[in-house]
Design a protein around this ligand. Structure first.
Ligand code: ADP
Length: 431
């Protein structure tokens, strides 16, 4: 809708309040819970849910072939996030649960636990107080599509699903070296992760089913099932290569689960692009404005307009500027800027812009009439660049959350960086 013809003037503080306090997500979560649980009396249910204040606890599923490191990564994540690890083994091993007792009996007689039994155990566990308060990490569950659908129907929705992958040959070889500490449950490896304490070394046991043949059989089954599970989680999946050191896998998993969930709340990105002239600010701003329907405010132009109209434009837009903004600094070395700007030309007849290297004029006729802006001379560019960097020192201090982006690459790669920085503000700097 055209804001100037809207029947009411909506003060910018209103949507801003909603965004700052995550009102949309809060309401959406409440609605989701109401529809799943369908309480007789919705109001006390909503009050109880709000008091519990657990909408943001970890709800993570880790999937992957045998020996991809699911349990190792899940344990590390649990420690780091202070959450609860839920595995098939600890579900069936629970002492206090009649259901687990039945599952154990079943396991002993037929070597398997039915889908229904496993999912009911999952439901029982995830609804326990510690899982409600601190969240959960499901390791290797669901194992097949039937379980995935049953879990979904129960309203148990993970926020993040991580899929570890590695070539079968690596996994078969890796699994043979797996060892378990029977006291702590920690997982070790004869080559990759051997404990230094002799006491632990001596008590490590070799788990069952890790021979080459057994792992190969499990791998076959995994590949058959996984392609039918993944379509259940189209928007929350993250594939991570497990064929790299454990710590690298862990940090990628941690970064993923710590990034905010992409939510469809109406959200207005507020972005400030800084960089010397020629660094690609205008192009990136235009791309962002097109994709997100934003207003592209060219500061220079804005100031000119404000002066011309003698309006208090500044006052009007101030509330937008004072609030949190994501600030990106486009960093491009002087040589590239010189190449970009000194070869820039304008056609005085049509006003169209060309670049002698990247966008040459279509005909000789156009080429001979092209003009160069005097400001695009090397001397002028060096001066402006110098001025920018002298000022940028302050700017960076002022916006301590500024993200530095390498602007010396193709514009769509730069755009992807900026976009992911807006949607999932990362703690790390992207360079
Ligand atoms: N990225 C990795 N690189 C090398 N070894 C690993 C890696 N991840 C796990 N391991 C080792 O591989 C074995 C299997 O790991 P585990 O976490 O039990 O896998 P899963 O739960 O997927 O079967 C363990 O001995 C573990 O120490």
């Amino acid at each position: 809708m055209d804001a100037t013809t809207a029947p009411h003037l909506i003060p910018p503080e209103m949507p801003q309040y909603g965004e700052d306090n995550h009102i949309f997500e809060l309401m959406q979560n409440l609605l989701e819970q109401l529809l799943i649980h369908q309480p007789q009396d919705p109001i006390p249910f909503m009050i109880q849910h709000l008091h519990r204040n657990n909408d943001n606890v970890p709800k993570i599923v880790i999937l992957g072939p045998p020996a991809s490191g699911k349990t190792t990564i899940a344990m590390w994540l649990c420690k780091h996030l202070d959450s609860n690890l839920v595995t098939k083994e600890n579900l069936t091993g629970r002492e206090a649960s009649h259901l687990a007792e039945a599952a154990r009996a079943h396991l002993e007689s037929s070597k398997t636990v039915s889908n229904k039994m496993l999912v009911t155990l999952v439901k029982e566990r995830l609804n326990e107080d510690d899982c409600l308060r601190k969240g959960w990490i499901l390791d290797g569950i669901p194992e097949n599509r039937e379980q995935a659908l049953m879990i979904q129907t129960l309203g148990l929705a993970p926020r993040h699903v991580i899929v570890l992958s590695a070539p079968d040959t690596v996994l078969i070889e890796r699994n043979v070296g797996k060892r378990i500490d029977p006291v702590t449950g920690e997982i070790y490896h004869t080559t990759f992760d051997w404990p230094s304490e002799p006491e632990i070394q001596n008590r490590l046991t070799e788990p069952e089913g890790i021979s080459e043949l057994e792992t190969a059989q499990k791998l076959l089954e995994y590949h058959r099932n996984i392609i039918r599970i993944l379509p259940s989680y189209p928007k929350i999946l993250k594939n991570i290569s497990a064929d790299q050191p454990c710590v690298d896998v862990f940090y990628q998993a941690l970064t993923y689960v710590q990034t905010g969930r992409r939510c469809n709340a109406p959200f207005t990105p507020k972005v400030l692009l800084c960089g010397p002239s020629g660094s690609g600010k205008s192009l990136q701003a235009t791309l962002l404005a097109q994709k997100y329907g934003l207003v592209n405010v060219f500061c220079g132009q804005l100031l000119k307009e404000a002066v011309a109209a003698k309006s208090s434009f500044g006052e009007l837009i101030q509330p937008f500027f004072e609030k949190q903004m994501t600030v990106f600094f486009l960093n491009v070395p002087l040589d590239s800027i010189l190449e970009r700007l000194t070869l820039r030309r304008t056609d005085p007849v049509t006003g169209e812009r060309f670049h002698l290297m990247y966008k040459p004029p279509p005909t000789m006729e156009v080429q001979v009439r092209l003009l160069q802006n005097p400001k695009d001379s090397e001397e002028h560019i060096r001066l402006r660049m110098d001025l920018f960097y002298r000022n940028f020192g302050d700017l960076e201090q002022f916006y301590d959350r500024a993200i530095t982006v390498n602007g010396d690459q193709d514009p769509y790669t730069v755009f992807e960086y900026i976009e992911s920085g807006i949607i999932n503000p990362l703690p790390k700097k992207m360079t």
